[in-house]
Design a protein around this ligand. Sequence first.
Ligand code: SAM
Length: 236
Amino acid sequence: LHAEPRLSDDAVIAMAPRQAHYLGHVLRRQPGDRVRLFNATDGEWLVRIDALRKDRGSFVVEQQIRAPAPEPGPVLLFAPIKRDGTDLVVRMATELGAASLQPVMTERTNTARVNTERWVAIATEAAEQCERLSVPEIAEPVRLMDLLGTWDAERPLLAAIERAEQRGAAADIVHAWRARTDPGVQPGLLVGPEGGFSPGELDLLRTRSFVVPVSLGRLVLRAETACLAGLAGLVR
Ligand code: SAM
């Protein structure tokens, strides 16, 4: 389970209500049972359930079983879509190692609503399931224009564009880019909304030297499929 950073030998940690519910009602655990807690700062620790009631309880920290380690990954920048699609993107992007998720508002983005709390909850559950130590950061929404104005030009921004002139897998393009720049530099993957980028946005993307158009194949994918296909190509 993901826990706030405070894990150290013999520490007593209060359970979050969601953890108490999950351990007691879903997993049927009891005081004395052991579980694992983790976060990116402290690593992973074996803890003993000390007390467990309906929506509260506590753990006693016993021993570290995994040291903290950096978990570098790409940034996924995407136009929010309808709720089910976005939930899927957040969950799978976490499993595929995205370091952060950046909602991007484009001309044809048809939902302005970003429920950050819900995204954090989904990303936390996905991190628990796939055993990563870090939960991807969920950034505040940004307009595409503003994003392009502040992006670090040393960092490749792979723009998924159907029928892009530069064909090839995202992974090959990143590999070529890394040969020229610092191998530690993590790329961004930008995916447009259901209606695609507007002609004006496509022109704007073409003017930036750090934007690398990538094709994800000859077929037109749904936005959520494009997010997953692009990230899958970048997994290391
Ligand atoms: N309405 C657009 C059209 O019919 O041309 C399709 C947009 S598509 C549903 C949503 C987004 O997924 C696009 O903006 C693009 O970022 C990405 N995408 C979909 N298929 C792709 C492909 N084959 N290669 C690269 N990107 C793709």
